[in-house]
Design a protein around this ligand. Sequence first.
Ligand SMILES: Nc1nc2c(ncn2[C@@H]2O[C@H](COP(=O)(O)OP(=O)(O)OP(=O)(O)O)[C@@H](O)[C@H]2O)c(=O)[nH]1
Ligand SMILES: [Mg+2]
Length: 271
Amino acid sequence: MTERNLRHLLPEVDVVWEVADARCPVASRNARLLRLCGDKPRVLVLSKSDLAEMDVTSLWQERLCVGQPVVLLDLRGARATDVGPLWRASRQALRRQGKSTRPGPMRALVAGIPNVGKSTLLNRVSGGRHLAVGARPGVTRGPQWLHTEGEGMVCDLPGVLPARVGQWPVAWRLWSIGAVGPEAVDEEVAAEDLVRFCLGHRPAAMQDRYTLPADVASEEVLRWIAGRRGLVQSGGVPDTRAAAQLIASEFRRGLLGRLSLELPEDVVPGG
Ligand SMILES: Nc1nc2c(ncn2[C@@H]2O[C@H](COP(=O)(O)OP(=O)(O)OP(=O)(O)O)[C@@H](O)[C@H]2O)c(=O)[nH]1
Ligand SMILES: [Mg+2]
C-alpha cells in the first residue's frame, strides 16, 4: 500500500496501529505517518519485544505513552502474546481523542516501515483466517477487511512506509533491524557501528557469540569474525562484507540475546 492509498483509506478507519521495533522504537517510526494521521486515534505497537531488553523497553513504554497508548507484542509462534491489549488500547486511543467508533466493529489499519512485523501482526489478529468481508471503495484493487479474533476488523493490506535513513545513527540501526538494505547504507560501516554499540553497551553478548579477545578493537571485529567463520575471498583476504551480513543476520534472529539499540537516555524522540 502506498502513502497515497493510505491517505485514501484513513477516513475509513477508527484507529491506526503503528508498528515499530522495540529494539529501536524511535528510529523505526516514520514521522510522516504521524502527520498523515492528523488527529486519527493511534496505538504504537512495539513489536519484537522478545528481542529487546525488558528494562529498556519498559522505560520506552513510559516515555512514549505520552503521545498515544503503547502496546508491547511478541508475535512469534507459540509464545506469541495475546492481542487483547491491542483492542483495549485502541478504545483508550479513541477516548483520548474524544471520539467514538462508528456503528459496528472497530476498524484498524496496520502501518509501519518494512520488516517491523506488520504482516505477522495482521495474521495474528485475524487468526490466520484471512476472511475478507468487503472491499473498500476509493482504493485501486481495494483492500479488504478481515474479521479478527478480537472485537474489530483490520485492513488486510498493511501500510508500508519507507524507512527514512536520515542521520547515520538512525541509518545503521535501521539496517541492523533489516528495515533497509545495502542500497541505503554501506553494510560494513553499519556493522562496525552495530559492533561498537554492542561492545559499549553489552560487551558479553558479542564477546561470547564470536569468542572475541577481550582487548579487540571494534574496527578489527569484522576481520576477526571473517577469519573465525571461514569467510574469505580469493587470495585468503577476509570477507568483511560477508562478516557484516552475518552479524546482522544473527542479531536479527536474536542470536546475540536480547539487545536494545536505543536507550531512552541517549535519544530525544521526535513524536
Ligand atoms: N522474534 C520476533 N520476530 C518477529 C516478530 N514479529 C515478526 N517477526 C519476524 O520479523 C520478520 C518480518 O516480519 P513481517 O511480518 O514480514 O514484517 P512486515 O512489517 O510485514 O515486513 P514488510 O512486508 O517487508 O514491510 C519475519 O521474519 C517475522 O517472523 C516478533 O514479535 N518477534
Ligand atoms: Mg509485510
